[in-house]
Design a protein around this ligand. Structure first.
Ligand code: PLP
Ligand code: COI
Length: 357
């Protein structure tokens, strides 16, 4: 029922990362990649799996000039019984279509993309690492390829899926991170592209991240783009607070925050544990106050790459608050264990989130 995917296998397989050695995030790539092309009038054509390699592209390609590019991020996990799990992969391609719509990129067929992902992962299954915290990071992306310098939507695109055997996003694993609350730059505004995974969102965040790194902070916590008063999200994660025993997280209704699949999963897990969840506006003042008064018990970021990452310290202007003595708290640990347990097949998937390759 799906278009045929033409497969060309590599004749020169690469050296795989050595098990037991530290495995960085996103630096190694498997032997193959999935590619398809879009031509206006013809749709998405020529789906193929080919050896991973550099490719030629016209220097006038529109992606280089006007940034018409979107991406996704998900993972494949090797289970102890040898089977391979994907985690809610349709959600990623549905979100990619939301990004595509916003950037005037043609939509992809969600079911076909999941099928292509499964085929690619199956071909390169020996690249899935199985050390603690390790997985095969999957990076689908689309770029505009018309060689044209006028500003308009491209008529041609390329879609790729890359596979990268990866360790933890933060080299120190699940140790709490220190986060800098950004009070100068903003990432997104209502009506903008905050809800998408477009390349430009990340390009414009680099300056704040660079400054925060120089000050000894791992990540930036963004405030809203209008009043710089309300919490939005972290550079590569959504943010969650445990305040008075409730799970509190910024509402995504204004469209300035990425609707994270891990965020959605945490909310569903919290509700099924009987924990009260509030998706609402939450001001930085409220967070500082709750931190100082002890009403905020825990804080964590959540995302595919970072999984569930405890926040041990928040710095806002001249105020520094330490959360849960800079240690991971029991609720954060519970989310981490449940999500990684379901992903790796060690915890029963009562939610039907896992898709087997
Ligand atoms: N927010 C941003 C800006 C991200 O880049 C990510 C990562 O994809 C997330 C949140 C978390 O989203 P997800 O849980 O779908 O990976
Ligand atoms: C992810 O969590 O998949 C991301 O895309 C985050 C980051 C590496 C940009």
């Amino acid at each position: 029922m799906f278009p045929e995917i033409k497969i060309t296998k590599t004749t020169t397989p690469k050296q795989k990362p050595v098990a037991g050695q530290p495995l960085p995030f996103g630096r190694n790539f498997s032997d193959h990649m999935f590619v398809m092309d879009y031509v206006r009038g013809e749709g998405w054509i020529n789906p193929r799996i080919v050896p991973y390699a550099p490719f030629e592209i016209d220097p006038a390609a529109m992606v280089f000039h006007y940034g018409q590019a979107v991406f996704e991020g998900m993972k494949a996990y090797k289970c102890e019984d040898g089977t391979i799990n994907l985690f809610r992969p349709s959600c990623n391609f549905e979100r990619m279509n939301n990004s595509n719509d916003r950037l005037v990129i043609p939509e992809v067929d969600v079911d076909f993309c999941v099928h292509a992902t499964k085929m690619l992962v199956d071909i390169d299954k020996d690249w899935i690492p199985s050390g603690k915290g390790e997985s095969l990071y999957i990076r689908p992306f689309v770029i505009a390829t018309d060689p044209f310098l006028g500003v308009r939507a491209s008529d041609t695109y390329k879609f790729f899926i890359l596979l990268s055997p990866s360790g933890a996003y933060y080299a120190h694993g699940i140790k709490p991170v220190k986060i800098y609350v950004e009070d100068t730059y903003v990432r997104a505004v209502r009506g903008g592209t905050g809800f998408t995974k477009c390349a430009g969102n990340y390009a414009c965040s680099l300056i704040a991240q660079t400054i925060a790194h120089d000050k000894g902070y791992e990540q930036v916590l963004w405030l809203d783009g209008v009043e710089q008063k309300y919490i939005e999200e972290v550079g590569a994660m959504n943010i969650m607070f445990v305040i008075d025993g409730k799970l509190v997280t910024p509402s995504i209704a204004a469209g300035s925050i990425l609707p994270g699949i891990t965020r959605r999963s945490c909310i569903e897990i919290a509700k099924s544990m009987g924990m009260e969840v509030e998706e609402r506006k939450i001001s930085i003042e409220e967070v500082i106050e709750a931190g100082k008064s002890g009403r905020m018990q825990e804080c964590f970021g959540c995302g595919t790459a970072a999984v569930v990452s405890p926040v041990g310290e928040l710095k806002y202007e001249d105020t520094v608050i330490t959360i849960n003595n800079g240690e991971i708290g029991p609720i954060t640990q519970k989310f981490y264990d449940t999500i990684t347990g379901i992903q790796s097949g060690k915890v029963e998937d009562t939610y039907n989130w896992v898709v087997k390759v």
